[in-house]
Ligand binder design. Sequence first.
Ligand code: SF4
Length: 371
Amino acid sequence: MKVTFPHMGNIYIPLKAFFEKLNIQVVVPPKCTKQTLELGVKYSPEFACLPLKITIGNFIEAIENGADTIVMAGGIGPCRFGYYCEVQREILQNLGYKFNMIVLEPPKGNLIDLITNLKHITNKKENGITDIYDAAKLGWEKAILLDDLDKKTATFRPTEINKGDTDKIYNKIVNLIDSATEIDDLKNIKLNMDNMFKYVPHDARRQTVKIGIIGEIYTVLEPFANLNIEKQLGCLGVEVNRNIYITDWVRLNLFPSFLKPKEHKKFLDLAKPYINHFVGGHGQETVAQVAWLSKQGYKGAIHLLPFTCMPEIVAKSVLPGISKKYDIPVMTLVIDEHSAETGLRTRLEAFVDMIKHKTEVENFDKVFARN
Ligand code: SF4
């Protein structure tokens, strides 16, 4: 068995660690490129959302590289994600590929379901529950470290003196995390992470602004899909916070109920006056996030969604109201296969300029009011 899975940011690292720890061969799809997208666009229905198209490209490239088993997440709720696996299976079979597809449905807090699903994938007598636990623990610790790294990088990038220095350190640490085979290796990386960033010359006096990135999970987490928005914003002096990190998704969707974060329900209450029920994907979270970001002192939010994404279209319809109430500008960016980095840059520059100007005026008003 040679397992593969779709890309979504750095998620391939914990997944690879999990399977390899169980002695299962892994074929990580090549990183998403223009070619991946072109393959996906060529073979997917035109109206399908962008993540489906890119993941089809991932699977074709992985199968061409020798993968014979696809592991894909299932989904529930009023959005197309639940149908993804069926559509993907059909497209790939019609292309003549021979493969096995294993769909991991969200366990909804039932630990037994999750373990049964995992046992089904590992499908080996020698992998008992303890082995699965150890493999999952290694993957989980990697995911935690990768999220920490992403957050740290977002704070260093806007003040770096030489463009690209932060990303060099970032890539170095990502490779270290990827090659770690034991939890102790990860502990060492964690201990040294701050020191490694100290070598990045940065200008602590440079004025930065804090902006949140909110919206559909795949577009937020996959840099190829979001046209490297975090890097682009970092270069404009913006400290970025995402509405979701890999570990957040795992905690909410794969953890048993008693381990789920209690504060999430309270967080969703922020969306209640506008959307008071689940609308699929992360639509409700997107709305709550605007209020949360404003309360945390963020100066703006960028809402990302793939063209035709249903939950985020629902969220978008109420964003003007919540943006006005919490006095936080929100810019929505709809991404599809025709979007390009250069086009995005112009819009980001205009948005960031507007936010910096607004902040200056507010600061001036505060000083004026004091005197
Ligand atoms: S959340 Fe949006 S982009 Fe993702 S599967 Fe659902 S409709 Fe498509």
